[in-house]
Design a protein around this ligand. Structure first.
Ligand SMILES: NC(=O)C1=CN([C@@H]2O[C@H](COP(=O)(O)OP(=O)(O)OC[C@H]3O[C@@H](n4cnc5c(N)ncnc54)[C@H](O)[C@@H]3O)[C@@H](O)[C@H]2O)[C@@H](O)CC1
Ligand SMILES: [K+]
Length: 546
């Protein structure tokens, strides 16, 4: 699992080490220089004689970059620093110059001892020209201390670099971000202004929340986390306004027993029974995809409830499905059902009635001996509009940005789809507060917000953005919830973990379905058994040896 923290938590962990004189910046710069040297070697085949530019701001982020620049200069790299503010990290700058680093400044008043700034003053255009000639550029403008969009000449430089890279067809330097890509919201993953997208981000002490959170996550490239000796504890932040942001890996699925092979004494109820209310005559495919997603994730049995024609389509594709009600351990509600009540046709009205009734039982609003205990439910698409006012966390809603905005508007928030896209974490958290449900917000990066916990999964290829993929995800998640049905009702954070797990399995199945090419939703469902077998094979032995 990858765990990311907010800046306040990181600074609190740094403080005692800094007070005791631990050489945190030296450790950071040493590791950074090593990674840059490796990247340079893979770009140009050698380190000495290669060209690196470090663009630096006023703070310790600049210190990391300048000390790393000094190390590279001593290794024979031609290193140039571009200074962007009135002051910079003094010791780092001194070490950089002592190592033979060249420098230029976008701010006329900055000067180094014995070196008047005017001899080094350059325009933004000249600085951009120098950067574009380099093999690698280090973005050391801002780190943990950044607030809001980039300002002043820093903004001008980054804006010009982004434009120059977009224009250059052939050659543009590899971008290594120091700690974070400068200008992202370090804690919330917002992107308030221009940011230079990184190929690699080298982050120190702990992964920063903004590197995993959308929309900033896609600007971070590959994230390499460097241990500089901080000790961070999730217990200190979980349950607070800014819980740690987690990302599950395939290993976690096995180690945390989110996926497990059935025991020798397993039967369909120990493996979980999923009930599906999905699809109408207008959208029968959604029923097939949801049922397929659940069956192919290894659920014990799927009960399908819907109109006769749709049931026939489901049975033609999946004869294993049982077209009748009965005991269910998790529900999959809503795919392929119109989002706008009141329904215009009888079939949709019937499906909406089933969903209302099921949700009332699943959430414990109604108790009935016939339907039995409270059970988890996935609420997707058309079922979102039928969500009760107050839900327990074992109800997991799975909207995309547009559906989330609609759900929030129905609860009095003034929000449109672009607002959700700009600040997905904020709005997913708001939806959780307003509904009580666990929220899985679908997107290029999928966010899951549960009680005191946040997960961010970025596992699927962009090809996965295709019609019906969400229906399969609903089936996968319902299958996991059914397998952990009673625990999911008892442990408030478990449905969120299972939702993150479902997103991960779904993403891995998409990669397996057709590596590097187009994928249809049914392909993803068909790739699920092989994906799960692979995960269990790869990690079963390391679980035994733990
Ligand atoms: N504290 C430590 O010893 C360590 C810090 N490290 C580095 O230090 C960084 C944090 O350093 P700082 O706290 O000095 O912060 P920064 O280096 O992020 O600089 C913050 C300063 O930048 C300016 N600024 C803020 N927002 C701006 C904006 N939007 N536009 C233009 N200027 C803006 C302000 O003057 C602010 O004081 C970390 O990200 C990391 O790179 C590492 O060396 C590890 C150890
Ligand atoms: K940076």
């Amino acid at each position: 699992m990858i765990v990311a923290y907010d800046s306040r938590t990181v600074r609190t962990a740094e403080a005692p080490l800094l007070a005791s004189g631990a050489p945190l910046m030296e450790r950071a710069a040493f590791a950074l220089a090593g990674i840059v040297a490796r990247e340079v070697r893979s770009q140009v085949g050698r380190v000495p004689g290669s060209r690196v530019v470090v663009v630096v701001g006023p703070g310790n982020n600049a210190g990391d970059a300048l000390f790393a620049g000094a190390r590279l200069a001593r290794a024979g790299v031609q290193v140039t620093a571009v200074l962007t503010s009135e002051r910079t990290h003094e010791e780092g700058f001194a070490a950089f110059r002592a190592a033979g680093g060249r420098w230029m400044s976008l701010v006329a008043s900055l000067s180094a001892p014995d070196e008047p700034a005017r001899e080094h003053g350059v325009s933004v255009a000249t600085a951009v020209g120098t950067v574009m000639e380099a093999d690698v550029v280090l973005d050391g403008l801002l780190g943990l201390g950044s607030s809001g969009a980039l300002r002043g000449v820093t903004r001008d430089l980054v804006g010009a670099l982004v434009r120059a890279r977009a224009r250059s067809e052939h050659r543009s330097p590899l971008v290594v971000a120091v700690d974070v890509p400068s200008g992202i919201g370090v804690d919330d993953g917002s992107v308030p202004g221009a940011v230079l997208p990184a190929d690699v981000t080298v982050t120190f002490g702990a992964v920063k929340a903004g590197l995993l959170l959308p929309p900033a996550a896609r600007l971070a490239g590959r994230v390499e986390s460097i241990d500089i000796g901080l000790s961070l504890h999730t217990a200190d932040v979980d349950g607070q306004d800014r819980p740690a942001v987690r990302r599950l890996t395939a290993q976690d699925l096995v180690h945390q027993r989110l996926l497990a092979p059935p025991g020798a004494d397993a039967h369909k109820y120990t493996r979980g029974v999923v009930g599906v209310v999905a699809g109408t005559e207008q959208f029968p495919g959604a029923a097939v995809l949801t049922v397929s997603g659940a069956i192919r994730t290894g659920t014990g049995m799927v009960r399908y409830l819907g109109a006769r024609d749709v049931t026939a389509a489901v049975l033609a594709a999946r004869p294993e499905a049982v077209p009748a009600g009965g005991r269910v351990q998790a529900w999959a509600l809503g795919p392929g059902i119109s989002t706008a009540p009141p329904a215009t046709d009888d079939a949709t009205r019937a499906q909406q009635g089933r969903i209302r009734h099921t949700l009332a039982h699943a959430t414990g609003e109604l108790s009935s001996d016939v339907v039995g205990d409270k059970v988890p439910a996935v609420v997707d698409a058309g079922a979102l509009a039928l969500l009760p006012r107050a839900c327990p966390p074992w109800v997991v809603i799975t909207p995309h940005a547009g559906e989330l905005a609609q759900l929030l508007r129905a609860r009095g928030e003034d929000v449109e789809r672009p607002d959700v896209e700009a600040e997905p974490l904020r709005w997913a958290q708001r939806a959780r507060e307003l509904t009580g449900a666990t929220v899985l917000l679908k997107g290029e990066v999928t966010l899951v917000v549960g009680p005191g916990c946040v997960y961010s999964q970025a596992d699927g290829p962009a090809w996965l953005a295709t019609a019906g993929a969400g229906d399969v995800l609903t089936g996968v998640l319902a299958s996991l919830l059914a397998a952990h049905s009673s625990a999911a009702v008892k442990e408030p954070a478990l449905p969120a973990r299972l939702a993150a797990a479902a997103s991960l399995i779904h993403g891995l199945a998409a990669h397996r379905a057709n590596p590097g090419g187009p994928i249809s939703a049914l392909d993803v469902a068909d790739a699920l058994p092989g994906t799960i077998a692979q995960i269990l094979r790869d990690h079963a032995s390391d679980r035994r040896t733990r």
